[in-house]
Ligand binder design. Structure first.
Ligand code: NAD
Length: 488
């Protein structure tokens, strides 16, 4: 079998594409090799799609679209439940592949897979019970609104939580009757392949396709005449996908980068606030879209807060994600690490002070220490840009109003967290901050099914929650009257 699973470390994953319901198709664009960021050993061998293969895959997918759209919604939902069960059955393998390809601690990787399974089941439950609207205009007429599949969806996904993010897009798009071309990140292609293989086993042939390769494959897909381009990834990529969609007329759904602020009010326990900050800035080595990227701390608690944050950073056990004792895994690769280190070094040159971390470790892999940088100013690129690393830049402010002003002043609008003992400050935060999500007194968390509606450079459209089902459907308004004479 061309796509036989071969395990990790010493034996590589051999990824295959799925085009027109056929595994192992294409790959004439060459081979891509993914290396384990913990130690630099090769993990996955991946075929690269050519632009022609991408075009053929879209054509084949369109051929399967009509039948899947006509499949009763309850049947599609049942298929998605079966797919979710199948993913749950290979959860350990998926977690292992995630850790091997992008480095996160195995328990976190498993958490991402479990979240993905939950999302698939949730969409399978929600899709058939979605209510349309009935309108009441004329007495003799009926008007109703009918959700219909949009057709062909391209789902282009990132590496940082590959299973959870992909399950959201794929589950919502498939259960609403769309066919999907899935292009996982070139940094986690074997994880994407294992997921696609598992989902495909529970779906009719041709409904799901898998294309692998780098940015050029994503760009080739974005240039195709598809109905929806759904992208989770960086803001720069999202913008180029939106530009491509402007040429084809595809609907664009973008969940992109962020530079989420953490505001620490002067009335909170600085040690507790530092625990929250450490969790927000260092979990998944800071490679979470809603990670804490910049901290505005009130002068009254700043010193104690920074000291406690440094303690937390130094207490983290770093190592390979496959070691159960590891709390801080490596960054995804050395290219990313060089970028991050450049940002930290530039901030120091501009007057910031490294309190812990900030040095490139010796040895293989892409490890980077948990880093606390104090004496930052709001206008520094380290504060304003997304770092996507375990780096916590701290800016001291003199008032809650100043903190809110700085927090709001960003090209991004993903999420924000405020730690405060004042209800009126909390209210100001959720009213005034121009972001999709505001969290009060917890850096992470939220009810299952929570939506995310990013603003500014962080994207457009609902990326999660039941609202994602609406994004993947087009609403048709139907007006119904009896023929002339009034009888049917
Ligand atoms: P990325 O945009 O570089 O890559 C994501 C996907 O886009 C990959 O599959 C890649 O091959 C593809 N791609 C790259 N260039 C392309 C192009 N020109 N046209 C079409 N496709 C292209 O992002 P990444 O580095 O994989 O992920 C990290 C980023 O994702 C961070 O900015 C993070 O904040 C963001 N992210 C956002 C969310 C969210 O929900 N808002 C969730 C996770 C990650």
């Amino acid at each position: 079998m061309p796509w036989a699973y071969q395990g990790i470390h010493g034996r590589m994953y051999t990824v295959a594409q799925l085009i027109g319901g056929v595994w192992g198709a294409g790959g004439e664009g060459g081979e891509l090799v993914v290396h384990d960021p913990a130690d630099g050993t090769p993990v996955s061998s991946v075929p690269v799609a050519t632009a022609e293969e991408v075009s053929k895959a879209v054509e084949a997918a369109r051929g399967a679209a009509e039948e899947w759209a006509a499949t009763p919604p309850a049947e599609r939902a049942a298929a998605l439940h079966r797919a979710a069960d199948a993913v749950a059955a290979v959860a350990a393998e998926l977690a292992q592949a995630t850790t091997a390809e992008m480095g996160k601690p195995l328990a976190d990787a498993r958490g991402g897979v479990d979240a993905g399974v939950g999302t698939l089941h949730q969409y399978a439950e929600l899709a058939p019970v979605r209510g349309g609207r009935t309108l009441h205009g004329a007495t003799e007429a009926i008007d109703f609104m009918l959700p219909q599949p949009r057709g062909v969806v391209a789902a282009i996904t990132p590496w940082n939580d590959p299973v959870a993010v992909s399950c959201g897009l794929l589950g919502a798009a498939l259960v609403t009757g769309n066919v999907v071309l899935y292009k996982p990140s070139e940094r986690t292609p074997a994880t994407g392949w294992l997921l696609a293989k598992t989902l495909d086993g529970a779906l009719p042939a041709g409904v799901l396709s898998l294309l692998t390769g780098g940015p050029e494959v994503g760009a080739a897909l974005a240039a195709q005449r598809v109905d929806v381009l759904a992208h989770v990834g960086s803001t720069a990529t999202g913008r180029s996908i939106a530009a491509a969609a402007a040429q084809t007329g595809a609907k664009v759904l973008l969940e992109n980068g962020g530079s989420d602020p953490l505001v620490v009010d002067g009335n909170v326990d600085p040690v507790w606030a530092a625990q929250q900050a450490a969790l927000g800035a260092f979990a998944n080595a800071g490679q979470i879209c809603v990670a804490v990227e910049r901290i505005y701390v009130h002068r009254d608690v700043a010193e104690d807060f920074v000291d406690a944050l440094v303690d937390r950073a130094q207490a983290l056990r770093s190592g390979p994600g496959a070691d159960p004792a590891t709390e801080l895994g490596p960054l995804v690769d050395r290219r990313h690490r060089d970028h991050v280190h450049g940002q930290v070094t530039a901030a120091v040159a501009q007057g910031a002070r490294i309190r812990t971390g900030g040095a490139l470790p010796d040895g293989p892999g892409a490890h980077y220490p948990a880093t606390v940088v104090s004496d930052c100013r709001h206008d520094m690129p380290l504060v304003r840009e997304e770092t996507f690393a375990p780096v916590a830049p701290v800016v001291v402010v003199d008032s809650f109003s100043e903190a809110l002003r700085c927090a709001a002043d960003s090209p991004y609008g993903l999420a924000a967290t405020v730690l405060t003992a004042s209800m009126s400050h909390a209210q100001r935060a959720w009213r005034e901050l121009p972001v999709g999500t505001v969290k009060v007194n917890a850096v992470f968390g939220g009810a299952p099914g929570g939506a995310a509606h990013p603003r500014r450079g962080s994207g457009q459209g609902f990326g999660y929650g039941p609202e994602l089902l609406d994004e993947f459907t087009a609403t048709k308004a139907v007006h119904l009257e009896a023929p002339g004479g009034g009888h049917w």
